[in-house]
Design a protein around this ligand. Structure first.
Ligand SMILES: Nc1ncnc2c1ncn2[C@@H]1O[C@H](COP(=O)(O)OP(=O)(O)O)[C@@H](O)[C@H]1O
Ligand SMILES: [Mg+2]
Length: 310
């Protein structure tokens, strides 16, 4: 069964999408793994990092984006024509094993979701709206993944900043979350806020079994800034155990930012750049981490809690 990972941070612009697409590509290309990227952000950056705007427009015209699956859930009376498999775009960037579920600029209408759930709660008579909502949140992404989860080694979901319905549902469906962060004080507040939200989510969903796979630091600048960032990272290492912070950090590298012009992640467009090499090392570290935890605890990957390593 595929290991499901959400890339999350309450803040935008910290490198979630860049990490998602480069890591997924390395796992497929360098390690021969089957990887599905799911774009849960209406900014569709993950989609446009792996396919051209022209190809995306074509897909959208055919309605073969995540929106189609969302509509099926929100309006269950619609006649179903497509399944999860039909929405998935295989072999993106010509990489064997790398698949994409394209996102969309409009994923769902919050008003329609509320209305549908209200009707459901009323129809069920005594059903409490909160219960109906929690159940919907719990199953939304899980149900979308269910038909394909066995086809992949990894499913990586690129979440939107903030904390919307899809992020929550994605977290509930995940075994792990990856937390990219810039080593700045406000970014650390973002980490703490996210941890609190996940703790709260645990209260609503007894089945929640998600663990932090690790914080990935995206560095920016050397010199005096570098010294300052080291101090901030030092502070984080006091709050987390060593296994929860990736040793490999991602440097700021213009090749990483420019890669989107080629409709490919930097690990494909400029594999020898510093940024691309850092992503390749990070993907190795991630696999080693999971392997070490597996052999130490004897558990399958989905049940691993990496804090057990210490
Ligand atoms: N390592 C990096 N080097 C250079 N630019 C980067 C790097 N990581 C991210 N960026 C750039 O920073 C911006 C925000 O990154 P992105 O991954 O879209 O963040 P998020 O998904 O958290 O909003 C993008 O323009 C991206 O190209
Ligand atoms: Mg993003």
């Amino acid at each position: 069964m595929g290991l499901v990972i959400s890339t999350v941070n309450m803040k935008g612009g910290v490198g979630k999408t860049t990490l998602t697409v480069n890591l997924a590509t390395c796992l497929a290309k360098n390690h021969g793994l089957r990887v599905l990227v799911i774009d849960l952000d209406t900014q569709i950056s993950a989609t446009l990092s792996l396919m051209s705007p022209h190809d995306f427009a074509k897909r959208r015209k055919e309605r073969r984006t995540l929106t189609y699956l969302m509509n099926q859930v929100i309006r269950p009376n619609l006649k179903k024509k497509l399944t999860t498999t039909d929405i998935i775009c295989p072999y993106v960037c010509n990489v064997k094993g790398l698949d994409l579920m394209p996102g969309d600029i409009e994923l769902y209408d919050e008003y329609l979701v509320s209305e549908m759930l209200h009707q459901k709660a009323t129809a069920d008579g005594k059903a409490d709206f909160d219960d109906v909502w929690n159940k919907f949140e719990k199953n939304l992404i899980k149900d979308i993944l269910e038909p394909v989860i066995n086809d992949y080694d990894f499913i990586i979901m690129d979440c939107a900043p903030g904390y919307n319905l899809l992020t929550r549902s994605g977290i509930v469906a995940s075994n792990f979350y990856l937390l990219p962060a810039r080593p700045e004080p406000l970014s650390l507040v973002g980490i703490q806020l996210l941890e609190r939200r996940i703790a709260k989510l645990r209260e609503n969903h007894a089945s929640l079994n998600i663990n932090l796979l690790g914080i990935v630091f995206i560095l920016s600048g050397g010199g005096i800034m570098g010294r300052y960032y080291r101090q901030v990272m030092q502070r984080v290492s006091q709050d987390y155990n060593a296994n929860q912070i990736f040793k490999n950090r991602i440097p700021l590298d213009v090749n990483v930012a420019k890669a989107v012009d080629t409709f490919k992640p930097a690990v494909l467009s400029t594999p020898n750049s510093g940024g691309a090499k850092a992503f390749a090392r990070l993907s190795e570290e991630l696999l080693e981490k999971l392997e070490a935890a597996k052999s130490l605890t004897g558990k399958d990957s989905a049940k691993l809690n990496l804090t057990q390593l210490e």
